[in-house]
Design a protein around this ligand. Structure first.
Ligand code: SF4
Ligand code: SF4
Length: 336
């Protein structure tokens, strides 16, 4: 077990601790403890390799694995109008042993230089750390072991355990879909480690189109020759684009050419789908549950988007707009 945590950790199971940052050091340290064993060197190596495949920079030391996510902030100097750029990163430390501890510390913004102009750094760093953690849980053997733990501890089916894991990891990058036949029967975490069967990738559920009178947009088509778009959203898009249809009652502003070009969605809560990278920060931030996921396979930025299904519930707190890494969300107060 991590000696780092022995004296001062708040011990809590992952499902309780799931979404919090625990204020041990001025709200800057987040800890998750998972009730699974990660001792076997091949398992540790597998976790590291899977995270590397998910796009993180990996490092290791003794019983620790370090996964780092880098991102770039762009801005404009308010005085000189000069374009500014800053390279930032956040690292999650995975402490292996009889339990798995996932730890991150948010560095002060000053650590990265004179980046006073970066907006919502803490929220973005926190969200990116949670994205790494969700990916580590969802896409690696840690997830296989957690599923086995749920099956045994809660006496639930494999399907229910997989669903529970998926529900707990909404921010996972390129989330893995598990087959209900790929994970071995529940095993006790304290038992001698056995190699797990590799999970079998199955096609994700794809919501190509909704049905009903409020939907005229179809998400499939021949528009595949598109590349990823950079943010931010054009705040004046309503004067430049036309409404080309609706999806479950939500307006869609063209041009669109599915599946590669999807336009801007929404009226008050608007998201440029051609920029959205589906990291889930807006879903996480929204206090009234406006958003849900919508599968958009074949789109160059991400194969799912955040859908403002309960747009009318928006209380205009602006949290989603502020937290969106590529700045593809724009909130319009009623009447604007
Ligand atoms: S502005 Fe606030 S309430 Fe409205 S969608 Fe964004 S986070 Fe939710
Ligand atoms: S709208 Fe922004 S915050 Fe929400 S999922 Fe897309 S990129 Fe992330």
């Amino acid at each position: 077990m991590s000696s780092l945590l022995r004296d001062r950790v708040w011990i809590m199971l992952s499902e309780i601790a799931k979404r919090g940052v625990y204020p041990l050091h001025a709200s800057r340290l987040g800890i998750f403890r998972l009730p699974v064993e990660l001792i076997d060197l091949s398992d540790i190596s597998s976790v590291s390799n899977d995270l590397k495949s998910s796009g993180f920079k990996m490092d290791s030391y003794a019983d620790r694995i370090y996964a780092t996510h880098n991102w770039t902030e762009n801005g404009i100097d308010p005085l000189t109008q000069e374009k500014l750029s800053a390279d930032l990163y956040i690292t999650v430390e995975i402490v292996t042993g009889e339990v798995v501890d996932l730890i991150y510390q948010i560095k002060p913004l000053e650590f990265f230089g004179d980046c006073y102009w970066v907006r919502n750094y803490r929220q973005k760093a926190d969200n990116n750390a949670k994205m790494i953690i969700d990916t580590a849980i969802r896409n690696t053997k840690i997830g296989d072991k957690l599923i086995a733990h749920y099956q045994k501890a809660e006496k639930i089916s494999l399907e229910s355990a997989i669903t529970k894991l998926e529900t707990l990891t909404p921010l996972a990058h390129n989330p893995k879909t598990r087959s209900t036949t790929a994970v071995p029967p529940a095993s006790v975490s304290a038992a001698p480690p056995k190699p797990l069967q590799p999970s079998v990738e199955v096609a994700p559920k794809v919501q190509i189109a909704a049905t009903g009178p409020d939907t005229t947009i179809v998400l499939s088509g021949n528009g595949t020759n598109y590349s990823k778009q950079e943010g931010p959203i054009d705040p004046n898009f309503k004067s430049k684009r036309q409404v080309v249809g609706t999806f479950r009652g939500i307006k869609v502003w063209g041009p669109i050419d599915p599946p590669g070009q999807l336009g801007v969605w929404g009226t008050q809560v608007t998201v440029d789908y051609d920029i959205c990278i589906a990291d889930g920060a807006c879903i996480e931030a929204c206090p009234v549950n406006v958003y849900e996921w919508l599968d958009t396979p074949g789109h160059p930025s991400s194969d799912k988007k955040t859908f403002m299904a309960r747009e009318k519930d928006c209380i205009f707190c602006m949290a989603c707009e502020n937290v969106c890494p590529p700045q593809c969300v724009k909130i319009f107060q009623k009447g604007t």
